[in-house]
Design a protein around this ligand. Sequence first.
Ligand code: ADP
Length: 501
Amino acid sequence: MYEPNGVWDTILLKNKLRNIKILRSLKSRIFLILLIVGLIPCVSMRYAILQNYEQRAVNVKISDVSTQLRILANHLITYHYLQDTSSEVINAELDQLSSLYDGRVLVINNDLKVVKDTYGISENKTIISEEVVRCIKGENTSRYDRNNGYVEMTIPITETVTLGGNEKEAKERKEIVRGVMLVSASTDSISVTMEILSRKALIVEVIVIIATTIVSVLAAKILIRPFEKITEALDEAQEGYSSDPISVTDCVETEHIGDAFNRVLGRMKVLDTSRQEFVSNVSHELRTPITSMKVLADSLISQKDVPVELYQEFMEDIAEEIDREDEIITDLLSLVKMDRTAADLNITEVDINALVELIMRRLRPIAQNRDVEVVYESVRPVTAAVDEVKITQVISNLVENAIKYNKEHGWVRVKLDADHQYFSVEVADSGIGIPAESIDHIYERFYRVDKSRSREIGGTGLGLAITRSAILMHRGTIKVESIEGEGTTFTIRIPLKYIPV
Ligand code: ADP
C-alpha cells in the first residue's frame, strides 16, 4: 500500500520515541507533561508582556514628539523661519527639542531643501525621500527602527490662509503645506527599560521553572505511588507471602486493577481446588481395581491347596478388574485430550446419518443382551463439519448410557434432525431416570448417581464429562430431561458449520 513519506516519518518518530526508555515510564510522562504545561504560559507571558510594552512605549513616544513638533511647526510659520532661519527663539527651540529627544531635527521647505539641520551637516542639501514627499502632500509618517534604536517621523509645516470673498460672504480657510519637519528621536530609554523588564522576567521564569520542576517531580511521584503499591502487592501475592485479596484504594484505577486481579486469583484458587479434587478422585478410582486385585491375590496366596476352579474364578475376577482399570485410563486420556484447545479438532465433512447408523449397529448387540429395544429415526439427511471421532464418542456415550441405565424390556429412541444452522440428536430411554438433585452433577468427573450400580455395569463416571467437553469444543449444547423411574432424554445440538474463534 502506498504511504506518503510524512506518514512513514511520523510512524518512525513514534517508534523512536517509544524506544526511548525514559519516555516509556508513566512517571516521566507525567513529569514532562506537567513541566511543559507549567512553562508554556510562563514563557509566552514574558514574550507577550515585553512585546506589548515596546509597542505602547513607542506609540507614546511618537505621540509626545508629534505634539511638540506640531507646536513648533506653528512657531516656524509665525516667525517665517522657512524664509529666514536667523530667529534665535526658533533655533533655541529646535536645539532644545533635539536634545530633549536625543535626536536630530531637519526643517525642509517645499522645494525639498534643508533649511535647518540641528546636526548642521545637511543644510542647503536637497532631500528626496518617500516620507518627505508623502508629508509634503499633507500626510504624517512615522517609522520605528528597532535595530538602530530610534523613531523617525515627519510632520507637515502648514499655514492656514483665508481665501477670497467679502465680509458678508463666508470666507474659505485653507491649510497650505509650506515645508516638512523630519525628526529622528532615540528610543534608547525604551530599550533600557525593555532590558530591565526582560532581566526581571528571566528571574521570574527561572523561579517558575524550578518551582514547576519540583511540583512536577512531586506530582509524578504521588500520582504513580498507587501503581507502585499495587505492583508491590502483586509481587507479594506472586511470591506467596500473602493470599489475602489485594486492595489498593488510593484511586479508582488501582481499585479496578486490584478487583480484576482478585477475580483472577479467585478463579485460580477454584481451578487449583478442582485440580486437587480431580487428582484425588483419579487416585481413588485407579486404586479401587488394584485393591480388589490385591484382595483376590492375597486370598489365593494365603490359602493352601487351593482348588484349580477357585484359581480360575479368582483369575477371571482379576482380569475383569484389569479391564476396568484399562477403561478408566482410556477415559481419563480422552478427557485430557478434550481439555486441550479447540485447535486439536480434526474437522471434516461427515455424513451424520451414516455415523449414527454405524453407532447403532455396534451397540445393538449390547442392547439385545440387556433386552432393550433400540429404534433409530432420521428426519432428514445431514452432513456437518465436525470432528468425526469426537462426535462418535459423544453419541456412543449417550446411547450406551441409555442402554446401561435402562429396565428390562425397555427401549431407546434415537432421533436425528437438523435446521439450517444446527443438527440435533435426541436420545430418549425408558430407563431408571436421574433424580432431580443429581441432574446438576451428572457432567462432573467421576460423578455417578448410584456408585455401586454404575460400577457393576462398568461405568467410570467420566462418560458425560467427556461428552460435554466434546460438544463445547464444537460450540454445541447438551440438554437433559429426566423423570426418576420413567426415563431420560438427552438432546444435543451441534452447528452444521464449525466456526473457529
Ligand atoms: P458412567 O460411566 O458412570 O456411566 P457418565 O458420566 O456417563 O458415567 O454418567 C454419569 C452418571 O449419570 C451415571 O453414573 C448415571 O448415574 C447417570 N446417567 C447417565 N445417563 C443416564 C441415563 N440415560 N439414565 C439414567 N442415568 C443416567
